[in-house]
Design a protein around this ligand. Structure first.
Ligand code: 5GP
Ligand code: ZN
Length: 113
């Protein structure tokens, strides 16, 4: 996906600092943080939305493992944090390369929607 901003970040065409990287995914800070910690976990493979992940694909499990490690590293595992994936227009998705938000570092009062 040559016109996808997250593909460009993954390929290094847009300079960014990865907080986490393995063979399946990268994580980097959200450019407009909504909380003191706001990290995006992004599969290296381009899926437009969560709807496009095939049954049996382990990417969400891989993302979960990366989030667990990062939460521990940042001291958020016990304090708590939130994980969100927006899907399509009514879900509030703006960047159409699957990503999972990790938010933390403050009390997240607003529950849903
Ligand atoms: P969505 O609404 O699609 O779930 O969230 C997209 C997120 O990507 C937004 O929170 C936005 O701030 C973030 N974002 C958009 N463009 C860039 C970028 O070029 N770099 C980084 N680090 N974050 C971005
Ligand atoms: Zn992409």
């Amino acid at each position: 996906m040559s016109d996808c901003i997250f593909c460009k970040i993954i390929k290094g065409e847009i300079p960014s600092t990865f907080i986490y990287e393995d063979d399946k995914l990268v994580a980097f800070k959200d450019i407009h943080p909504a909380a003191p910690t706001h990290i995006l976990f992004v599969p290296k493979k381009h899926y437009a939305t969560l709807n496009d992940v095939p049954a049996g694909d382990t990417i969400i499990s891989d993302v979960t493992t990366a989030i667990q490690k990062t939460a521990k590293k940042l001291g958020l595992a016990d304090k708590g944090y939130r994980v969100v994936t927006n899907v399509n227009r009514e879900g509030g998705q703006v960047v159409f390369h699957l990503h999972v938000h990790m938010l933390g570092g403050r009390a997240l009062e607003d529950k849903m929607g």
